[in-house]
Ligand binder design. Structure first.
Ligand code: UD1
Length: 418
């Protein structure tokens, strides 16, 4: 079992290149099914969830190979339209293959995606949207049998701006006859990245980044070379690491326009942040201050994926900060582990109150989920002594190599394989 050993107490100084975005590349990998030509995806991060997508594509008969940091996908040999239960359970994002397979094959057979450590994550909006486009979906014994001899474009209204449902419908709509509009669409930057990828393949998609996305279906798509946007949550993680440990860091490629709610909170806490086209510089010295309530919300609100890492940064702040988690039911599982390190956090329902303490103390802790695991590393940097983080497979789902990156920023973090 691998572990991360974090020696805390030092300031950070250094520069790191921000990896390509996990939440962009996963739907883009599903979208490669929409063309038979080869697609080259540059800046593709090497992650556990990307490996799971590669295994799904290969199981469908596609050819996938790495060339440096590019992933080359060729779906010309597609030979199936079903995904095994084992592969579906590997990650939540496997659901996004549904829209793409339906658009390509007119039928699909797959089970529900993997259970989630953040609480229930239904896909009812994905399914009702696909039904609106004409798909017939029957559910028996946990398997979804989907048929769509002909998908037809129309207006689909989402009852909440789900990221995954928006992406799934964008992919299905590319294979539908006529125009689809998705109303109350999610506005996340990753949706814009998916749109840009689809446009690079020749698709007629517009509106991503606003609440209405329009797709003109039935346009034949071709291959392309596409560079994935930098990962805004990884950037937020390293900004929070610098805030927690103090020091000066530069995050190359990070884009502040994707992160403005996070940088605003860190500035309020006392960090100096400057951004330009090359990246984001962050300097933090002395004690951080508590900030006004942090409420997670769909983009452009404060990202739920940055809640845990910001909480870790504020553990030694002066005063108390209220967090309100509004997206997922069970997203405070890192709190018990942080408490072992001396943090003062009280959770009640969707609210957590973090009262700053003078010192944290290194401890043995267990990663409970992807961002919660990153939060434990950040707390370890701010703690006295050694923190040993177990169950780091969670972190590998979304960070190429968090130990390498934190070392580039001057931290003392090593990965130990047992
Ligand atoms: C995506 C991100 C994830 C991020 C989340 C919210 C990817 C691969 N993952 O996840 O990192 O934390 O957005 O920003 O991009 N919901 C339903 N029914 C549905 C779909 C969603 O009730 O059919 C609910 C979910 O339970 C959740 C909320 O809507 O409470 C938001 O989910 P959604 O935006 O769909 O998140 P994901 O696409 O799963």
């Amino acid at each position: 079992m691998s572990q991360l050993l974090v020696k805390g107490g030092g300031h950070l100084h250094g520069e790191v290149v921000i990896q390509g975005a996990k939440n962009s590349v996963l739907p883009i990998l599903a979208a490669t099914l929409l063309t038979k030509d080869e697609v080259e995806i540059q800046a593709c991060p090497r992650l556990r969830d990307v490996d799971a997508s590669i295994r799904i594509l290969r199981s469908l008969g596609c050819k996938v190979r790495w060339e440096g940091d590019s992933l080359l996908v060729s779906t010309g040999g597609l030979s199936g339209c079903g995904i095994s239960d084992g592969l579906m359970r590997e990650m939540r994002s496997s659901a996004i293959f549904l829209g793409a397979i339906l658009a390509r094959c007119g039928q699909a057979e797959l089970s529900y995606p993997g259970g989630c450590e953040l609480g229930p994550r239904p896909i009812d909006l994905h399914l009702s949207g696909l039904r609106d486009l004409g798909a017939e979906i029957n559910d028996a014994g946990g398997v979804l049998y989907c048929k769509a001899a002909c998908l037809r474009g129309r207006e689909v209204v989402l009852s909440l701006p789900s990221v995954g449902a928006t992406e799934n419908l964008m992919l299905a709509a590319c294979g539908a006859e006529g125009v689809t509009t998705i109303a109350n669409a999610a506005r996340e930057p990753e949706i814009m990245d998916l749109q840009a990828f689809l446009q690079a393949c020749g698709a007629k998609v517009s509106g991503a980044g606003s609440s209405t996305v329009t797709i003109e279906g039935g346009v034949p798509l071709h291959g392309c070379i596409y560079r994935v946007m930098p990962d805004r949550i990884v950037a937020a993680t390293y900004l929070c690491a610098a805030a927690a440990a103090g020091g000066e860091v530069f995050l190359r490629n990070a884009r502040e326009e994707h992160l403005s709610t996070v940088t605003a909170v860190l500035r309020e806490a006392g960090c100096t942040i400057q951004a330009d086209a090359a990246g984001i510089a962050c300097a933090c010295g002395g004690w951080l201050k508590a900030v006004r309530p942090v409420r997670t919300a769909p983009y452009p609100g404060f990202p739920t994926d940055a809640q845990a890492v910001l909480m870790a940064a504020l553990l030694r702040s002066q005063g108390a900060t209220v967090f309100e988690e509004n997206i997922f039911e069970n997203r405070y599982r890192h709190v018990d582990e942080l408490t072992r390190m001396g943090a003062n956090i009280r959770v009640s329902g969707r609210t957590a109150v973090v009262t700053g303490v003078d010192a944290l103390c290194g401890a043995a802790v267990y990663c409970t989920d992807l961002r919660g695991g990153a939060a434990l590393c950040i707390a370890g940097l701010a703690a006295e002594g050694e923190t040993r983080a177990y169950e780091i497979g969670h972190i590998d789902r979304g960070y190429e190599d968090i130990a390498r990156d934190l070392r580039a920023l001057g931290a003392d973090v090593v990965r130990e394989e047992e």
